[in-house]
Design a protein around this ligand. Structure first.
Ligand SMILES: Cc1cc2nc3c(=O)[nH]c(=O)nc-3n(C[C@H](O)[C@H](O)[C@H](O)COP(=O)(O)OP(=O)(O)OC[C@H]3O[C@@H](n4cnc5c(N)ncnc54)[C@H](O)[C@@H]3O)c2cc1C
Length: 318
C-alpha cells in the first residue's frame, strides 16, 4: 500500500487527504508551512461559484461533483455548509443561462423576476448554491482528516526532492496553491489579490447574496455569514501585497451600499487581503518521472472545485 505526503493544508490539501483516507489508504500525512486558520483558504468567503478559474469544461465537471458532496455536507450544520440563493446581476439581457449554471439541478437555477432586481440591472441569474462558512468548514475538514488517521507536520519545504529523499516510497501530492510558483518554477502561477471587508452580521432574510461582476458596481459582492457579512471585492492580477488599502476598503463599502442600501451604518468589523492562487488552467496531473501529482492553480474557486479535484487525484494515484 503506497504512502502519501500531501504538501499544503488549505482546502485542496485537506480535501485530497480526506478522499485518500476514506478510499482506504492508511498512510497519509500533510506537510504545510501554514495550517488553518492561517491559509488563503480561510480568507475565502466562500460561495460555490466558478470565478477566475479554467479550463471551463473540467471546472464544470469538478464543480458539479463538489456541488453534490456539499449537498450531503449541508445536512449537518456542524460543517458550516448551507445552500443559499445567489444573485448574479447583469446590465444587459441574455437568452441563455451562464455556462456555470448549465448542469445545476433544474430547480436550482432561474432568472430573477423584474421585481427582484436591484435598481439599474436588466437581469439576474439566481442559483441555489453552497455557501461554505470558511471559519467553521476549515476546522471541520482539519478534524475529519485527523479523525480518519491523517498526520500533520508544520514545515516549509524548499523542494520536492527534500521530501522525496526523506521517504523514497511516498507519493507526493502538491496542493501548495501560490507556493507552487516557486516549488514548480511555474511562471504561469500568479496571485489575483482580493480585498474583503467584514460587517457586523445580519440574517440572510435581511441581506441577500448578491454579486455584480461586470456591471455598474463591479466588483461588488455580499454574503451574510454567521460571524459577519462578507463584502468584496477586488481582483488585481499579479499584486502580491497583503497590506489592506483603506481607500480600497472605502470604495468596496460604497459600491456595496449602492447595491444594498440596508448595509449603510453597519459596523465594520475588519478588513483583510487574500491572494487567489491563479493559473491559466488548474494543474491536475501526474508527473512522468517522479512520484508527484499536482493539484494547484484553483484561482478564485478552490472551494467550488475542491471535491471534484480531490476525486481526480484519487483516480490518478489508483
Ligand atoms: C478574497 C478571496 C475570496 C475568495 N472567495 C472564494 C469563493 O467564494 N469561493 C471559492 O470557491 N473560492 C474562493 N476563493 C479562492 C480560494 O480561497 C482558493 O482557490 C483556495 O483557497 C485555494 O486553496 P489551496 O488549498 O489550493 O491553497 P491555500 O489555501 O493557499 O493552501 C496552500 C497550502 O500550501 C502550503 N504551502 C505553500 N507553499 C509551501 C511550501 N513551500 N512548503 C510547505 N507548505 C507550503 C501553505 O502553507 C498552505 O497550507 C477566494 C480567495 C480569496 C483570496
Amino acid at each position: 500500500m503506497p504512502s502519501f505526503t500531501i504538501l499544503g493544508c488549505g482546502v485542496s490539501g485537506l480535501t485530497t487527504g480526506i478522499c485518500l483516507l476514506e478510499a482506504g489508504y492508511t498512510d497519509v500525512q500533510i506537510i504545510a508551512a501554514q495550517l488553518p486558520p492561517h491559509t488563503t483558504s480561510n480568507k475565502a468567503a466562500a460561495i460555490w461559484f466558478p470565478y477566475k478559474v479554467n479550463p471551463q469544461d473540467l471546472v464544470l465537471k469538478w464543480s458539479m461533483e463538489s456541488y453534490a458532496i456539499y449537498q450531503e455536507l449541508a445536512k449537518d450544520t456542524a460543517t458550516g455548509v448551507h445552500f443559499v440563493d445567489w444573485f448574479v446581476l447583469e446590465q444587459s439581457l441574455t437568452d441563455e443561462a451562464p455556462w456555470w449554471a448549465a448542469e445545476l439541478p433544474p430547480n436550482a437555477y432561474r432568472k430573477a423576476e423584474q421585481s427582484e432586481l436591484p435598481k439599474g440591472y436588466a437581469q439576474a441569474h439566481i442559483a441555489n448554491v453552497p455557501m461554505i462558512e470558511t471559519p467553521i468548514y476549515m476546522q471541520y475538514l482539519l478534524q475529519r482528516f485527523k479523525e480518519k488517521g491523517g498526520l500533520i507536520e508544520i514545515r516549509r519545504i524548499n523542494s520536492f526532492e527534500e521530501v522525496l529523499q526523506e521517504n523514497a516510497e511516498s507519493v507526493l501530492i502538491n496542493c501548495t496553491g501560490l507556493g507552487a510558483k516557486n516549488l514548480c518554477e511555474d511562471i504561469g502561477v500568479y496571485p489575483i489579490q482580493g480585498h474583503i471587508v467584514q460587517l457586523e452580521a445580519a440574517t440572510n432574510e435581511e441581506i441577500r447574496y448578491l454579486a455584480d461582476e461586470a456591471g455598474q458596481n463591479a466588483l461588488a459582492y455580499m454574503m451574510p455569514r454567521k460571524d459577519c457579512i462578507v463584502l468584496g471585492g477586488t481582483a488585481e492580477a499579479h499584486q502580491y501585497d497583503l497590506e489592506v488599502n483603506e481607500q480600497v476598503v472605502a470604495d468596496i463599502l460604497e459600491r456595496c451600499e449602492r447595491l444594498q442600501p440596508k448595509l449603510k451604518g453597519r459596523k465594520v468589523l475588519g478588513s483583510y487581503v487574500g491572494l487567489r492562487p491563479y493559473r491559466s488552467e488548474i494543474r491536475l496531473e501526474r508527473e512522468l518521472h517522479r512520484p508527484i501529482v499536482h493539484n494547484y492553480g484553483h484561482g478564485g474557486s478552490g472551494f467550488t472545485v475542491a471535491w471534484g479535484c480531490a476525486k481526480e487525484v484519487l483516480e490518478l494515484v489508483r
